[in-house]
Ligand binder design. Sequence first.
Ligand code: SF4
Length: 353
Amino acid sequence: MELKKQFAKLLLQWNNNHNNRHMPWKGEKNPYLIWLSEIILQQTRVEQGLPYFLSFKQKYPNVKHLAEAAEDEVMKLWQGLGYYSRARNLHETAKNVHINLNGEFPGFFEELIKLKGVGDYTASAIASFAFGEKKAVVDGNVIRVLARVFGIDTAFDTTEGKKRFAALAQELIDDDEPGTYNQAIMDFGAVLCMPQNPLCDTCPFQKKCVAYQQNRIDDLPARKKKIKIQERYFNYLIIKNNSEIFISKRTGNDIWKNLYELPMFETAKLLRKNIKESIAEYLGTTDFDIASYCEGSVQLLTHRKIHPQFIEIEVKGFKKLQLAGAQRIKLSSLNSFAFPKTVLSFLKLKNLV
Ligand code: SF4
């Protein structure tokens, strides 16, 4: 029999007999909790996202609680998870659902996808898990499984590839149990057909898997684009006395929007020479001394590499200092602000949080 016709059956059999991947949101029917888990898991490993899901679920057990929370509080709870636009969209969508949709998530794909931060994948997941709609999810795991089993070498990061994988996924999805099928194929990709060293010897598709039969496992799925990494150099200033410190909020349309950081100026290269002059230009005064200087660890984001350095300065007349775009806060309250990992690691190192 043609593999396409057998695919869902074999996958569901594997799911019933061998899949023991446990996750607290598995089998969940509450669309709020499904949505929450899916947003948290976008571009995030399960082990990393799990404690965040549990914290959010505990603190905001329903969409009303999340909608009524302060944005700074939501960002603080998200701290360390990265891709912070997800947290902003999460909060905005919670408010939208609470205020405009009477606290109810829409019951089908076409409406779910209109919510901010909800793309094809998340809308399909909520629609199938919560409402039993026959909408196939397509994530990295699904693409890998389909590319290998069916020998698809169209690059998945092209318009043609996206269409092709979406169409095939939709063709294969089980009629009766779309939610279980969707979860099963993602689990299959995560625990059996992994990117490296897939467990082909225990795979129910082995005899028909094109990648296995043609020895092309490492070549599939195919990718077209190489991600171009931009190098950025952030110079952070620690301006404090025994009880207060300056921090600033990132408000521009850039990475880490709405997170807090130390006052910072960016340079085109690592600042090695004329450090004092550059700081003076940023501060608008020469009335300070450099007390210490250290390079932070490089943080790799999807498209950027952040090279931070931290310069502690002693400003004469600290009490009167005004810094555009920055605010003076109590050192003891530093812990209530959400910082990107780079800054947080430094503050921890200095025992400031
Ligand atoms: S045979 Fe190997 S490569 Fe093919 S689907 Fe199974 S685990 Fe993946």
